[in-house]
Ligand binder design. Sequence first.
Ligand SMILES: Nc1ncnc2c1ncn2[C@@H]1O[C@H](COP(=O)(O)OP(=O)(O)OP(=O)(O)O)[C@@H](O)[C@H]1O
Length: 256
Amino acid sequence: MIEFCGVSFIRDGKTILKDINLKIKSGENWLVLGPNGSGKSTLFSMLMAYRISTTGRIMCFGREFGKDNWSQVKDKIGIISSTMEKFNPTFFNMTVKEILISGIKKTIGIYDEVTKEEEETVEEYIKEYNLSKLKSEYFKNLSSGERKKVLIVRSLIQKPEVLILDEPCASLDICERENILDTLRKAKTDLIYITHDVEETIPKITNVLLLKDGKIFKCGKKSEVLNSENLKNLYGIDLNLTKKNNYYSIEVNARR
Ligand SMILES: Nc1ncnc2c1ncn2[C@@H]1O[C@H](COP(=O)(O)OP(=O)(O)OP(=O)(O)O)[C@@H](O)[C@H]1O
């Protein structure tokens, strides 16, 4: 589905990504972990052509970046990242329901008539993702977690083949975080989930990519990659990763 072949990204003489070779297959859900500045966002923003690789090839859904029509590829990818925040001023004065309708229409506002079918689809998503109480609220009146959730559902309504989430739970309290994770547990699309918090690894995650200094440190099946040893070496800190009821948590041993 997605393939990076020898991808590097160099800016201002600094190597930000080096020789990335990675294959992501349809049906897999990936967790991406790595220290600050390890290149996680840069790597996946290339799929949306927000950043262009210096060397290497990027293939997605049978097309190659730079050779084929990439807008058709982007249409199949949903992305939730801080870059979405630039649309907040437009979203602020729209209701949750209007934002979801704009998702179906793939526009930031609503510029043409809403069909009965579109209306029904939006109502289905509102019901499925428990947004009934919020549907008439203005985006500006929502909490940050509620806004994130609405944007995720807006993305899901477009039925992307893959949804890239770049730290969707950053700065959310436990309750709002669980609300987001619950939305993702229900989502019927492949996920690429970038985070700093291993506790956000929902059970449907199948594969893990660990990035360090712009290089692949480890990557593969969750059961082979997500362990104390690898995370210790990734972050250079003595820690213990434990798993309970299919969820992970970290204990830092260096604390006194
Ligand atoms: N266009 C650019 N020009 C120069 N430097 C860049 C550019 N894009 C990213 N960088 C740098 O590349 C490095 C990797 O950034 P990136 O945001 O991809 O890392 P990250 O792993 O997602 O970090 P974080 O976890 O802190 O969000 C950072 O040092 C960043 O400042």
